[in-house]
Design a protein. Sequence first.
Lengths: 276, 813
Amino acid sequence: MKSKKGILFILPGLTGVMVFYLIPFVDVIVRSFRQINGKFCGFANYRQVMENKAFALAAGNTVHFVVVCLPLLLGLSLVVAAMLRRSGNVAKFCKSTYLIPLAVPAAAVVLLWRLIFDSHGIWNRLLTLLGYNSVDFMNTNGAFSVLVFSYIWKNLGYTVVLWSAGLSAIPEEIYEAAWVDGAGKLRAFISITVPNLKQTAFTIVVISFLNSFKVFREAYLVAGNYPQESIYMLQHLFNNWFRDLSMDKMAAAAVLLFLVILIFVYILHRSWEEEH
Amino acid sequence: MKNHNKFISALLVAVLMFGLVACGSSGNGKGEENNGIQNTENSETIKGRFVESQLNLPEGVSEILAVTKLDDGTLELAGSIGKTGTDCILTSTDEGETWQVKELEDLDYSYISNVAIRNDGTVAYMGYFNENQEKDSSDLPDSVGMKLVSKEGEVKKINFTLPKAQETDTEGSITFQKIDQEETIEGDVSFNEDETDITNNEESDETQMTSTADDNMVLQAAFDEAGSLIIQDLFSTFYKLNIETGELSELYSGEEYIPYFGIAGNKIYAAAESGMKIFSSEDGSMSAADSVLDEVAKKNSESSSLQGDFPVVMTKGMKDNSLVYANHQGVFYHLENGSVSEQLINGELCSLSDTTLGLSGIVMVNEKSYLISARDSMGNIKLLKYVYDENASSVPEKQLKVYALEDSNLLRQVVANFQSAHSDTFVKVEIGISQENSITAEDALRTLNTDILAGKGPDVLILDGMPVDSYIEKGILADIKGLLDEIEASDGLFTNIKNAYESNGSIYCMPCRFKIPVIAGDKEAVETGSAEGLLDYGKTIKQEGKRVFSFSGTTDLLEELFQVESADWLTGEGSLDQSKLETYLQTAKEIYDLDYDSNSEDNNGKDSGTCTYNILSGYNLGTVSSLERLMKECEISFGTLASFYELKDILSIEKQLGGTYGIFSKQETKSFVPYLMVGIVSGKEEDQDVQELVKTMFGKESGMQSESGFSVNKAAYEELCRQEIQKKQSNEELSVVFSTTEGTTGGYSILPLTQKEVDTLTENIESMTSPVITDRIVQDLIITEGSKYLEGNQTLEETSAAIMQKVNLYLSE
């Protein structure tokens, strides 16, 4: 009876998810096997996508971005959360401050980018004053560094809050016992904090991984449909395919991306489960 | 308690479900505003609408100066007839079906500025009459006059004097300043080359240049219901003119410029940019503002033309406090201070949607019949009649949808042509980017693509600015070769243009119009023919402090050269030819540096770097202008040629300067600039109405109209050639007067074309083989990066590398 009542309550939400996500996704899978005119074409779209140079570039850049950003973000935010844990009232203030970047609209972030990283921006002025050559960040491989910086700046606070929630769930008695046994701060961190955060880590990794795709907004607003090569992401490609009515390729690429994310999350989930 | 909990649970679930189901939008998502306009013709089941027809006027009538309905129900029209343009008055007692013509005696005027008809049939002609130029008469100051012609044909002259005008020229701008007749300007007087007074006013630093014999003039005149003549002068001051005595009494004077007005009953509706000024024609007392009419005035605030056409024409409705007004959206009925205007006639269902149609007057014959006088873009007059047919469906059952990224007068004209000939079919024109919605082209394309995929796409696409190759690849466009072959068989098409779009025996799109890249200058400049040759020649004639070329900035220069150079840049492997790209950039840079210093901090010659898409703009006149050469602002002008008028203009000036014009192209590829590229959406090609619409677009009648490019229809082109040569034979000339920023004035006559000049143009057109690259993404990428190079912000190698990287990425998608 209780479970039936429960189903009734989740039904509206579930209906929404099905109507706006699941059913359209099934449609995408179906479209990935058809041409624009509806004619069935088997795996031709997948072959086209795999052979497409733009897709290869975009996918490579996206993987590169995730591989660089995720560990950086997780590590940095964990260190900050651990430091804030011991800081009392100051921590409360800092946590709020760290969340501000998340509230800043993408368009405002883009303005900031231009002010700081443009070839005549503040950063290049500083470099010139220090005797270095200026760097045109947005038209060289430096654009990738700017993107990474922007992603970490925007998501650090949110991740810190999530880590803090995980940290606060670890009983203080374990640390006290460790100190009594002579463990130092680093030892306590490695042997107590990290293992107890694995459950939280799984959630944070998945969320951060998905957030990494949202960095497209800033890149698009600054550099348009065709940015510097190193920041040309999968969403740029999807955006451009949409404009050109290449829905068949887009559907195939979306299904491939889904499979990759699914495999990644599954592996993560299994490795967490095994450890437990 | 359990039952209570169950009940609450069920109620909550029901509320949530209701919320989900209820959250749906039935709107079209395109954010249409109606601005207080109710469309009473929006139901397919409702019968009854006004049907348009064109009234036949007696042969030879060439002008409609005014038209009105008299108190006795007769329609009266003042116009001109015959080759000599004799003034005449036409009357009709059968609602315009037949007309009686009465030619007037010579009114002896040098210029007529306005004509108004009173409700008793008296016609007032205002202008400059030849008697006024007798300077020795103290009763006849140098001002406008008026002649009244009664219904019986008696002519009476009335003199009146408007306050004088003074033209002031301060730092290159020309403004008008009202002065009293007693005011004098003291100071030294000297003359410039053309003997114009130059007076230095000791009280200010301004140098005022006055020219004698420039009077105030009547901008517009009309009679009110009581028979009083209301006139508006150059300063937007309104007067009531006593037609017996010539006495003026001021009704309204404001700071704001008023381009036009209308009279309904005894109320004057003056359209200013800030809104509609409503005041009484009896005593000038202001009425309360009307928000609906304010919006009408704001949206239609452009000036009336010298030919007497207005953006909005007005007349009184059935009730005393009502107004009937017409514009390109249709005919509307408005009650004073009402919250809405009722749309009587939907402009989209008739010729009113043609934005090149100049409206000059509206008459309410009765509640179910209206007349609108108008002039089309070729100068042909039209008297359109709208009669309510209660059996006609309110919206034609057959509907076609045409989609274009940007609006254009030519498209509206073509659609109006089709609608006139097919009143049972409604063509809805959907525009992707407009001033109201301010969305980007990409967003508009995404919306279009969504509609196409949902099966709600248009029938006909105007492909300017769209990813044509992608649409062809996806099978979105149908093969229209069969249709084009039919048109070629009946009228003929420029085969070279048609062949440029044929691929594997099919044609998926074709432009209705095209423009030609040309150079205007000395014979040596024109003979260089190519950009590199032009540059070399330009270096030899460069003088310190003087510009050689006519472009206005980096984007302008890059766009003009793009139209010459780009036709053969795309390689077979889906990439750009880098060497050709670099040659183009280098040549552009050298041309730019010849006239501008890219190291200078001065912004002169620099652009923001964003592509303005002038090539694909709906405002599609040519860009070459010999006038800048005549005004000594440059030595060589290059750009695109889009009409016979522009060709005449160039040739007339070049004859004066001893220069000429020629095709601007590469040696190996002569390119043309396509405009209004038409394609049919796949699946709709069998629809007869769609075929008819496309045939109309490529047809002779559409080809004869407008000046946005030369028509691909050979019959239209040849007819226009014939008309131009006929003008030569009848010695028709137009005069143009201009003034420079230095304050000098000049002029020239626009001479008709000779047979030889027409033949040369035809040869040039037939020699063109390839269209320029019309892909807006490629254009934007090249011109944006190219601007940085021209301004000295990056090197050629960097620019070339950036362009190649981005364009290759785009092409590889």
